[in-house]
Ligand binder design. Sequence first.
Ligand code: SF4
Ligand code: SF4
Length: 213
Amino acid sequence: MKAPSTQFALWHGIARDTIPWFPTVNHDKCIGCELCFVTCGRGVYDIHDHKAWPERQYDCMVGCTTCANICPAQAITFPDKQIVQKVEREHKILAIVRKEAAAKHAKLDAEKARAQAEDLAAATVSKVSFHLAGEFGEKRFLVKLEALIKDRPFDIVNLKLEVPTLKGALEKTPSHMSFEVTSTDQQDITEFLNEVRTLVRDNQLVLINETRV
Ligand code: SF4
Ligand code: SF4
């Protein structure tokens, strides 16, 4: 049996060639339609003499049975799926998968954030809403915000401050503030947004979200 290709050598950290999961073709049944050959995204099959041969068995995705499902001659079989579940138990795969899932979420979130940032930067931005949380009163955040736009072609509109309870505010329970940053002459405000973000950060406030309006 061939060793797995380099990119498929491990399955969640487990050596792929220690996992006996791969297709077997009954050549008495195979009619050489080549559906498995063209369907398998991992290139497991070759066709010789009008028959399918799973030459790279260990490149088969563990748990996949697609080719068996679609084979019109029912010529392809797989081991019992209990084999896969046994490997999962023995290698305590759930702990491995948890880490992989966290890494995948982080990667997807980063890609999403980057795409959003690129979209935002690509187009002219003339109005952006901010949603913040934190303690605003003693920091005089609004006064600083006012100073930031003074004598400049920017404005702050639709300002809302939500204080959950007055007692809570006195005890410094986080409040929420939302506002929209606009250009008074419909110009791009991308550069100015950096100043607003810096002001938010320097005042230890949390930027919950920032949305182009
Ligand atoms: S799909 Fe089935 S019948 Fe068609 S080539 Fe593959 S094994 Fe043979
Ligand atoms: S089960 Fe999936 S990955 Fe494995 S050989 Fe068939 S189509 Fe390819």
